[in-house]
Design a binder for this molecule. Structure first.
Ligand code: PGA
Length: 255
């Protein structure tokens, strides 16, 4: 049985004080709520230590929004997996669409980051997703297959229990235009078939595949209700404790 994961990607938002109080509030509400789902937050780098402290003793996991593939050295502006670990992270986003399409990150770089994460004890969330023109040209599956295969190159089945996939159609991110449960479901089923071809059906069945892109409290339950949707990667709606908690609650299996 795959456990649902609800992850909040705070992107380049908040102040340190706001980040700290949001983390405290998410921790409090997660402790109070049923622990039926995993919850994680991904703050900006300068807030990691403050957020780690605010989350200490809570089940909420901490993650980095990105990492560099080298462990240290002359890479101005970059942060390594080792540094994220030291700051208290246990997870990291890799290949988020903003990294790919705003910063020009390639499939090869994404793959190096997946390996760096695994080598530094961070569980990677590999993000994949098609742009609007690619969907309209009927190339969604081709893009997803390429990003998935390239991102997981030379990753063995042994490491797959630590890997999460996030399907985030680029046209749905920050646009208010969520994929319908049907569209998400088709893409997730396709990704799972790809995983099965590569790693076998047991590994594919055990791998979590999250949906991301304009997730809100009122669409969380219908998305997570799809058989291949194992959780949510939430941007804008994770910046408010009330709406993020409502999404966590909406994603919880009925007790
Ligand atoms: P959004 O962002 O929920 O604001 O669309 C999702 C993401 O980029 O992870």
């Amino acid at each position: 049985m795959r456990r649902i994961l609800v992850a909040g990607n705070w992107k380049m938002n908040l102040t340190v004080e706001k980040a700290r109080s949001l983390a405290r509030e998410v921790a409090r509400r997660t402790r109070e709520g049923a622990a039926a789902v995993d919850v994680a937050v991904f703050p900006p780098y300068p807030y990691l230590l403050a957020v780690a402290e605010a989350l200490s003793g809570s089940p909420v996991r901490l993650g980095g929004q990105d990492l560099h593939w080298e462990a240290e050295g002359a890479f101005t502006g970059a942060v390594s997996g080792a540094m994220l670990r030291e700051a208290g992270c246990r997870m990291v986003l890799v290949g988020h669409s903003e990294r790919r399409h705003v910063f020009g990150e390639t499939d090869v770089q994404t793959n190096k980051k997946v390996h760096a994460a695994l080598n530094h004890g961070l569980d990677p969330i590999l993000c994949v997703g098609e742009k609007l023109d690619e969907r309209e040209a009927g190339r969604t599956e081709q893009v997803l297959a390429r990003q998935l295969a390239a991102g997981l190159e030379v990753v063995g089945g042994r490491d797959m229990p630590r890997v999460t996939i996030a399907y985030e159609p680029v046209w749905a991110i920050g646009t208010g235009r969520t994929a319908t449960p049907q569209t998400a479901s088709e893409a997730h089923a396709f990704l799972r078939r790809q995983l099965a071809e590569r790693f076998g059906s047991d590994t594919a069945e055990a791998t979590r595949i999250l949906y991301g892109g304009s997730v809100k409290p009122d669409n969380a339950a219908s998305l997570v209700g799809q058989p291949d949707v194992d959780g949510l990667l939430v941007g804008g709606a994770s910046l408010d404790a009330e709406s993020f908690s409502a999404i966590v609650k909406g994603s919880s299996p009925p007790c």
